[in-house]
Ligand binder design. Sequence first.
Ligand SMILES: C[S@@+](CC[C@H](N)C(=O)[O-])C[C@H]1O[C@@H](n2cnc3c(N)ncnc32)[C@H](O)[C@@H]1O
Length: 356
Amino acid sequence: MEESLDNSESKRPQFGTRHLSDPQNVFQHNACWFSRLHFCYDHTKFRKKPSIEENGDGRILKNQDDLWQHNAWDNVVWGDEQMREAEAKLKLNSSSFMEEEAALKYEKEASQFWDRFYSTHENKFFKDRHWLFTELPELSEEQQTENPSEKEINTAGFPCQAAGFRILEVGCGTGSTVFPLLEANTLKKSFVYCCDFSPKAVELVKNNPEYDSSKCHAFICDLSEDNIKFPFPENSLDVILVIFVLSAISPEKFNSTIKQLSRQLKPGGRIFFRDYGRYDMAELRFKPGKCISDHFFVRGDGTRVYFFSQDELRKLFEDCGLVEEQNVIDRRLLVNRGKQITMYRVWIQCKYRKPA
Ligand SMILES: C[S@@+](CC[C@H](N)C(=O)[O-])C[C@H]1O[C@@H](n2cnc3c(N)ncnc32)[C@H](O)[C@@H]1O
């Protein structure tokens, strides 16, 4: 089967956790969610909700008799055997890299491949990412404090110069994050910038009935360029969201992209990153001939995907002068009980802050 882009990541519910303590119980659940969260936000009202652990609604498996009650497993620990199997699969599908000429075509035509993707799927592919508000409480009204450096920013002539809190989403696709943000941000003082290098994706964002140019500005932008032109000045953003986009860029460009993004952050501003982790099911499923370079593959539709390690992300962000606040691995097991199929997913989530 050809590797395809899959969006099961975005389907997780906002609240709740499950633990797999016995591997023989894998077919009891379909997915597992972060268990380290101790509170959750109702994104529509930004009210602090009692945590699953606090209110004891039974999502955390404490009693083995409850195993058949749920569909998902969280924080799965991989055994030695499973690691060996993963390494063997990776060795097989990465044993040789594709011809340079072919790899160059995927680099040069990257935006066209994504444009074709959005022409085919429009906005039916990625599910809304409402979970963001749980993972990034900084986005909530209650958490937004005035940044002392705000007064020094000269935003004259830029879209929404008056906003007190500026969010940028890069690689926004058709707006699976932007629209939940707009819906939730009842704040008068917030503004959301979003960009993608696929003109079709940006067009779909702008044509969405929820698009409101008084709260949002969508623009076309290629993050792999050396001199990215942003429609706002340096040191002007509070939060930059980098969600499942860096993996689509060539690894040689990672440093330049993150450096340019961090320049746009206010001192004290943050980059929030979430993307594929090494040995994710999608990486192990690639067939030989699809590998461009280590952990970098091309899908059947010509879009590319990289699989990260926590250490390389730490080095990447810290080399760009940012300070680590979070760098966690999310190992999740999705289970199709009907077909008795297990899917081991690996995602990495990070938060890095620009020092004051
Ligand atoms: C896997 S999709 C994720 C979309 C969205 N962030 C989400 O999580 O639903 C990757 C997105 O990154 C965009 N992208 C890939 N390379 C890019 C680049 N060099 N500059 C800007 N956008 C890029 C693609 O067009 C696509 O919309």
